[in-house]
Unconditional design. Structure first.
Length: 130
Protein backbone atom coordinates (compact mmCIF):
# COMPACT_ATOMS: atom_id res chain seq x y z
CA UNK A 1 0.00 0.00 0.00
CA UNK A 2 1.14 3.54 -0.77
CA UNK A 3 2.29 5.74 2.09
CA UNK A 4 -0.40 8.29 1.22
CA UNK A 5 -3.73 8.56 -0.57
CA UNK A 6 -5.45 11.62 -2.06
CA UNK A 7 -9.17 11.58 -2.83
CA UNK A 8 -11.73 14.34 -3.30
CA UNK A 9 -14.53 13.64 -0.81
CA UNK A 10 -17.20 15.04 -3.14
CA UNK A 11 -16.12 12.56 -5.84
CA UNK A 12 -16.71 9.53 -3.59
CA UNK A 13 -20.08 7.85 -4.19
CA UNK A 14 -22.98 9.31 -2.24
CA UNK A 15 -24.42 6.36 -0.28
CA UNK A 16 -27.63 8.15 0.72
CA UNK A 17 -29.64 7.36 -2.46
CA UNK A 18 -29.04 3.60 -2.00
CA UNK A 19 -30.78 3.77 1.36
CA UNK A 20 -33.62 6.08 0.33
CA UNK A 21 -32.21 9.03 2.28
CA UNK A 22 -31.72 11.49 -0.61
CA UNK A 23 -32.32 14.35 -1.17
CA UNK A 24 -32.37 15.30 2.53
CA UNK A 25 -29.12 13.47 3.29
CA UNK A 26 -25.78 13.21 1.50
CA UNK A 27 -23.27 10.69 2.91
CA UNK A 28 -19.86 9.94 1.40
CA UNK A 29 -17.82 7.32 3.26
CA UNK A 30 -14.10 7.63 2.53
CA UNK A 31 -12.45 4.82 4.55
CA UNK A 32 -11.96 2.49 1.59
CA UNK A 33 -11.23 5.25 -0.93
CA UNK A 34 -8.48 6.56 1.36
CA UNK A 35 -7.18 3.02 2.04
CA UNK A 36 -7.37 3.77 5.75
CA UNK A 37 -6.01 1.17 8.16
CA UNK A 38 -6.94 2.77 11.49
CA UNK A 39 -9.85 5.20 11.14
CA UNK A 40 -13.01 6.01 9.23
CA UNK A 41 -13.92 9.33 7.62
CA UNK A 42 -17.15 10.55 6.07
CA UNK A 43 -18.58 13.74 4.61
CA UNK A 44 -22.24 14.30 5.48
CA UNK A 45 -24.80 16.93 4.60
CA UNK A 46 -28.34 17.45 5.86
CA UNK A 47 -30.75 19.65 3.91
CA UNK A 48 -32.22 22.69 5.67
CA UNK A 49 -34.34 21.67 8.68
CA UNK A 50 -33.81 17.94 8.03
CA UNK A 51 -33.23 15.51 10.89
CA UNK A 52 -31.21 12.30 10.75
CA UNK A 53 -33.71 9.51 10.06
CA UNK A 54 -32.03 7.34 12.72
CA UNK A 55 -29.87 7.58 15.79
CA UNK A 56 -26.73 5.50 15.94
CA UNK A 57 -23.97 4.38 18.24
CA UNK A 58 -20.87 2.21 17.99
CA UNK A 59 -19.76 -0.61 20.25
CA UNK A 60 -16.04 0.17 19.84
CA UNK A 61 -15.61 3.29 17.74
CA UNK A 62 -15.25 6.82 19.11
CA UNK A 63 -16.20 9.59 16.68
CA UNK A 64 -15.43 13.28 16.23
CA UNK A 65 -17.71 15.47 14.14
CA UNK A 66 -16.51 18.81 12.75
CA UNK A 67 -19.17 21.21 11.52
CA UNK A 68 -18.07 22.76 8.23
CA UNK A 69 -21.02 24.99 7.39
CA UNK A 70 -24.59 25.72 8.34
CA UNK A 71 -25.68 24.76 11.80
CA UNK A 72 -28.21 22.85 13.78
CA UNK A 73 -28.28 20.53 16.74
CA UNK A 74 -27.02 17.15 17.87
CA UNK A 75 -28.90 14.96 20.30
CA UNK A 76 -26.50 12.89 22.41
CA UNK A 77 -28.41 10.42 24.58
CA UNK A 78 -30.89 12.76 26.37
CA UNK A 79 -29.05 16.06 25.77
CA UNK A 80 -29.48 18.44 22.81
CA UNK A 81 -26.55 20.70 21.87
CA UNK A 82 -26.59 23.62 19.40
CA UNK A 83 -23.92 23.51 16.68
CA UNK A 84 -22.25 26.12 14.47
CA UNK A 85 -19.36 26.09 11.98
CA UNK A 86 -16.06 24.79 13.31
CA UNK A 87 -17.59 23.19 16.40
CA UNK A 88 -16.00 19.81 17.06
CA UNK A 89 -18.00 17.21 18.96
CA UNK A 90 -16.46 14.00 20.34
CA UNK A 91 -18.88 11.15 21.01
CA UNK A 92 -17.67 8.08 22.88
CA UNK A 93 -18.51 4.49 22.10
CA UNK A 94 -21.91 3.16 23.20
CA UNK A 95 -23.38 6.69 23.05
CA UNK A 96 -26.49 7.26 20.89
CA UNK A 97 -26.52 10.37 18.70
CA UNK A 98 -28.36 12.04 15.79
CA UNK A 99 -28.20 15.39 13.96
CA UNK A 100 -30.78 18.00 13.01
CA UNK A 101 -30.00 20.77 10.51
CA UNK A 102 -31.00 24.38 10.98
CA UNK A 103 -32.45 26.63 8.26
CA UNK A 104 -29.08 26.78 6.42
CA UNK A 105 -28.55 23.01 6.40
CA UNK A 106 -25.70 21.20 8.13
CA UNK A 107 -22.43 20.05 6.56
CA UNK A 108 -19.89 18.03 8.56
CA UNK A 109 -16.95 15.68 8.57
CA UNK A 110 -17.06 12.59 10.80
CA UNK A 111 -13.86 10.87 11.95
CA UNK A 112 -14.03 7.49 13.72
CA UNK A 113 -11.39 5.30 15.36
CA UNK A 114 -10.47 2.57 15.70
CA UNK A 115 -11.53 1.34 12.29
CA UNK A 116 -14.23 -1.30 12.72
CA UNK A 117 -16.48 -3.30 10.44
CA UNK A 118 -20.11 -2.36 9.80
CA UNK A 119 -21.38 -4.64 12.59
CA UNK A 120 -19.97 -2.15 15.15
CA UNK A 121 -22.80 0.34 14.39
CA UNK A 122 -26.28 0.10 15.83
CA UNK A 123 -28.93 2.11 13.93
CA UNK A 124 -32.23 3.02 15.58
CA UNK A 125 -34.79 4.43 13.06
CA UNK A 126 -36.80 7.36 14.39
CA UNK A 127 -34.73 7.57 17.56
CA UNK A 128 -35.00 11.39 17.88
CA UNK A 129 -38.65 12.24 18.41
CA UNK A 130 -40.06 15.46 19.82
Amino acid sequence: MARYTVRNLKEIEDAAPKFGLAPDVEARFAREALESENFGLSYQRLAPNARSPFGHKHGEQEEVYVILSGGGRIKIEDEIVDLRPWDAVRVGKDTMRAFEAGPDGLELLAFGAPQTDRSDAELVPGWWTD
